[in-house]
Design a protein around this ligand. Structure first.
Ligand code: COA
Length: 176
Protein backbone atom coordinates (compact mmCIF):
# COMPACT_ATOMS: atom_id res chain seq x y z
CA UNK A 1 0.00 0.00 0.00
CA UNK A 2 1.62 3.21 -1.15
CA UNK A 3 0.40 6.77 -1.86
CA UNK A 4 2.80 9.29 -3.29
CA UNK A 5 2.72 12.96 -2.41
CA UNK A 6 4.98 15.86 -3.37
CA UNK A 7 6.83 15.86 -0.04
CA UNK A 8 6.59 12.22 1.05
CA UNK A 9 5.26 8.76 0.34
CA UNK A 10 2.57 7.36 2.63
CA UNK A 11 3.02 3.60 2.83
CA UNK A 12 2.53 0.54 5.03
CA UNK A 13 4.97 -0.06 7.90
CA UNK A 14 7.59 -2.77 7.39
CA UNK A 15 9.63 -4.81 9.87
CA UNK A 16 12.74 -3.15 8.41
CA UNK A 17 11.49 0.25 9.73
CA UNK A 18 12.33 -0.58 13.38
CA UNK A 19 15.65 1.30 13.41
CA UNK A 20 14.26 4.42 11.74
CA UNK A 21 11.20 4.35 13.96
CA UNK A 22 13.29 4.32 17.14
CA UNK A 23 15.61 7.04 15.80
CA UNK A 24 12.75 9.42 15.00
CA UNK A 25 10.08 8.53 17.57
CA UNK A 26 12.38 8.66 20.58
CA UNK A 27 11.78 12.37 21.13
CA UNK A 28 10.11 14.04 24.12
CA UNK A 29 8.92 16.93 21.91
CA UNK A 30 6.83 14.42 19.97
CA UNK A 31 5.68 12.24 22.89
CA UNK A 32 4.43 15.21 24.94
CA UNK A 33 1.85 16.02 22.25
CA UNK A 34 0.53 12.46 21.97
CA UNK A 35 -1.38 9.96 24.10
CA UNK A 36 0.62 8.10 26.76
CA UNK A 37 0.47 4.91 24.68
CA UNK A 38 3.17 6.55 22.49
CA UNK A 39 6.09 5.70 24.78
CA UNK A 40 8.99 7.83 25.91
CA UNK A 41 11.73 6.74 25.81
CA UNK A 42 10.85 4.85 22.62
CA UNK A 43 12.79 1.56 22.51
CA UNK A 44 13.44 -1.05 19.82
CA UNK A 45 11.04 -3.35 21.70
CA UNK A 46 8.33 -0.63 21.44
CA UNK A 47 8.99 -0.28 17.71
CA UNK A 48 8.85 -4.04 17.10
CA UNK A 49 5.64 -4.40 19.13
CA UNK A 50 4.02 -1.53 17.23
CA UNK A 51 4.94 -2.84 13.77
CA UNK A 52 4.04 -6.47 14.60
CA UNK A 53 0.68 -5.27 15.89
CA UNK A 54 -0.35 -3.47 12.71
CA UNK A 55 1.45 -5.18 9.86
CA UNK A 56 -1.32 -7.71 9.14
CA UNK A 57 -4.33 -5.46 9.84
CA UNK A 58 -6.71 -5.00 6.90
CA UNK A 59 -7.80 -2.59 5.69
CA UNK A 60 -4.52 -0.76 6.24
CA UNK A 61 -5.23 2.23 8.47
CA UNK A 62 -1.77 2.91 9.94
CA UNK A 63 0.97 4.24 7.68
CA UNK A 64 4.58 5.34 7.70
CA UNK A 65 5.47 8.77 6.30
CA UNK A 66 8.54 8.10 4.13
CA UNK A 67 10.98 10.82 3.04
CA UNK A 68 14.12 10.01 1.03
CA UNK A 69 13.55 6.28 1.50
CA UNK A 70 13.26 6.43 5.30
CA UNK A 71 10.22 6.19 7.60
CA UNK A 72 10.27 9.56 9.40
CA UNK A 73 6.77 9.67 10.85
CA UNK A 74 3.49 7.93 11.31
CA UNK A 75 -0.15 8.64 10.47
CA UNK A 76 -3.28 6.58 10.88
CA UNK A 77 -6.90 6.44 11.82
CA UNK A 78 -8.98 4.20 14.06
CA UNK A 79 -12.67 3.43 13.69
CA UNK A 80 -15.25 4.05 16.36
CA UNK A 81 -17.76 1.36 17.26
CA UNK A 82 -21.53 0.91 17.33
CA UNK A 83 -23.27 4.08 16.05
CA UNK A 84 -19.85 5.70 15.68
CA UNK A 85 -18.58 2.96 13.36
CA UNK A 86 -18.42 5.29 10.34
CA UNK A 87 -16.47 7.82 12.36
CA UNK A 88 -12.70 7.54 12.78
CA UNK A 89 -10.02 9.40 14.73
CA UNK A 90 -6.92 10.48 12.83
CA UNK A 91 -3.52 10.91 14.47
CA UNK A 92 0.01 11.64 13.24
CA UNK A 93 3.56 12.58 14.19
CA UNK A 94 6.67 13.57 12.26
CA UNK A 95 10.38 13.49 13.13
CA UNK A 96 11.43 16.90 14.45
CA UNK A 97 14.11 17.69 11.77
CA UNK A 98 11.34 17.55 9.14
CA UNK A 99 8.91 19.97 10.80
CA UNK A 100 7.76 23.07 8.94
CA UNK A 101 7.97 21.77 5.36
CA UNK A 102 4.29 21.00 4.85
CA UNK A 103 4.87 17.24 5.16
CA UNK A 104 2.22 16.58 7.83
CA UNK A 105 -0.41 18.71 6.09
CA UNK A 106 0.05 16.77 2.87
CA UNK A 107 -0.01 13.46 4.77
CA UNK A 108 -3.29 14.37 6.52
CA UNK A 109 -4.83 15.30 3.16
CA UNK A 110 -3.70 12.03 1.53
CA UNK A 111 -4.85 9.79 4.39
CA UNK A 112 -8.17 11.64 4.76
CA UNK A 113 -8.86 11.11 1.04
CA UNK A 114 -7.91 7.43 1.39
CA UNK A 115 -10.14 6.93 4.46
CA UNK A 116 -13.10 8.50 2.64
CA UNK A 117 -12.62 6.80 -0.75
CA UNK A 118 -11.38 3.36 0.28
CA UNK A 119 -12.84 2.79 3.75
CA UNK A 120 -16.07 4.78 3.35
CA UNK A 121 -15.43 6.76 6.53
CA UNK A 122 -18.17 9.36 7.06
CA UNK A 123 -16.39 11.57 9.59
CA UNK A 124 -12.73 11.98 10.50
CA UNK A 125 -11.86 13.80 13.68
CA UNK A 126 -8.74 14.73 15.62
CA UNK A 127 -8.18 15.72 19.24
CA UNK A 128 -4.94 17.71 19.49
CA UNK A 129 -4.11 19.37 22.79
CA UNK A 130 -5.66 22.81 22.38
CA UNK A 131 -2.27 24.55 22.71
CA UNK A 132 -0.60 22.37 20.05
CA UNK A 133 -0.51 25.19 17.50
CA UNK A 134 1.47 23.26 14.90
CA UNK A 135 -1.07 20.45 14.86
CA UNK A 136 -4.17 22.65 14.89
CA UNK A 137 -2.62 24.58 11.98
CA UNK A 138 -2.06 21.31 10.09
CA UNK A 139 -5.71 20.37 10.56
CA UNK A 140 -6.95 23.79 9.46
CA UNK A 141 -4.74 23.69 6.35
CA UNK A 142 -6.06 20.20 5.56
CA UNK A 143 -9.65 21.50 5.60
CA UNK A 144 -10.78 20.32 9.05
CA UNK A 145 -13.26 22.45 11.00
CA UNK A 146 -12.69 23.37 14.64
CA UNK A 147 -15.87 22.22 16.37
CA UNK A 148 -15.12 22.61 20.05
CA UNK A 149 -12.66 22.94 22.87
CA UNK A 150 -13.04 20.08 25.33
CA UNK A 151 -12.00 21.64 28.63
CA UNK A 152 -9.78 19.49 30.88
CA UNK A 153 -10.69 16.44 28.79
CA UNK A 154 -7.29 14.84 29.28
CA UNK A 155 -4.46 14.60 31.77
CA UNK A 156 -0.90 14.54 30.40
CA UNK A 157 2.19 14.33 32.60
CA UNK A 158 -0.04 14.82 35.63
CA UNK A 159 -1.64 18.06 34.39
CA UNK A 160 -5.17 18.67 33.03
CA UNK A 161 -5.14 19.61 29.35
CA UNK A 162 -7.83 21.00 27.07
CA UNK A 163 -8.25 19.27 23.71
CA UNK A 164 -9.52 20.86 20.50
CA UNK A 165 -11.99 18.86 18.42
CA UNK A 166 -11.46 19.11 14.66
CA UNK A 167 -13.50 17.20 12.08
CA UNK A 168 -13.88 16.66 8.34
CA UNK A 169 -17.02 15.15 6.80
CA UNK A 170 -16.89 12.89 3.73
CA UNK A 171 -18.90 14.68 1.01
CA UNK A 172 -19.08 11.44 -1.01
CA UNK A 173 -20.08 9.01 1.71
CA UNK A 174 -21.63 5.93 0.07
CA UNK A 175 -23.99 4.99 2.91
CA UNK A 176 -24.15 1.76 4.90
C1 COA B 1 2.29 18.51 14.43
C2 COA B 1 3.31 18.04 13.40
C3 COA B 1 2.87 16.69 12.84
C4 COA B 1 3.36 19.10 12.29
O1 COA B 1 4.15 18.61 11.22
P1 COA B 1 4.74 19.60 10.08
O2 COA B 1 5.11 18.74 8.90
O3 COA B 1 5.74 20.47 10.67
O4 COA B 1 3.44 20.45 9.71
P2 COA B 1 3.32 21.43 8.45
O5 COA B 1 4.68 21.89 8.04
O6 COA B 1 2.46 20.75 7.45
O7 COA B 1 2.49 22.66 9.08
C5 COA B 1 2.90 23.24 10.30
C6 COA B 1 2.26 24.60 10.43
O8 COA B 1 2.46 25.04 11.77
C7 COA B 1 3.05 26.34 11.71
N1 COA B 1 3.87 26.50 12.90
C8 COA B 1 5.14 26.14 13.09
N2 COA B 1 5.52 26.48 14.33
C9 COA B 1 4.47 27.02 14.92
C10 COA B 1 4.24 27.57 16.21
N3 COA B 1 5.18 27.57 17.14
N4 COA B 1 3.01 28.06 16.46
C11 COA B 1 2.05 28.02 15.53
N5 COA B 1 2.20 27.51 14.29
C12 COA B 1 3.41 27.02 14.01
C13 COA B 1 3.87 26.31 10.46
O9 COA B 1 4.19 27.63 10.08
C14 COA B 1 2.91 25.63 9.52
O10 COA B 1 1.84 26.48 9.10
P3 COA B 1 1.96 27.39 7.75
O11 COA B 1 2.14 26.43 6.60
O12 COA B 1 0.67 28.12 7.72
O13 COA B 1 3.15 28.26 7.91
C15 COA B 1 4.72 17.89 14.03
O14 COA B 1 5.09 19.12 14.58
C16 COA B 1 4.75 16.83 15.13
O15 COA B 1 4.97 15.66 14.86
N6 COA B 1 4.53 17.27 16.39
C17 COA B 1 4.57 16.35 17.54
C18 COA B 1 3.43 15.33 17.49
C19 COA B 1 2.08 15.98 17.29
O16 COA B 1 1.80 17.09 17.76
N7 COA B 1 1.17 15.25 16.59
C20 COA B 1 -0.18 15.68 16.42
C21 COA B 1 -1.01 15.25 17.58
S1 COA B 1 -2.70 15.72 17.37
Amino acid sequence: MQMKGRHSTIRSWRTADVTALVKHANNANIARQLRDRFPHPYTAADARRFIEGIVAVRPVTTFAIEVDGEAVGGIGFSFGSDVERYSAEIGYWLAEPFWGRGIATEAVRIVSDYAFATCNVLRLFALPFADNARSTRVLEKAGYTREAVLRSSSVKAGAPRDQALYALINPSWRGV
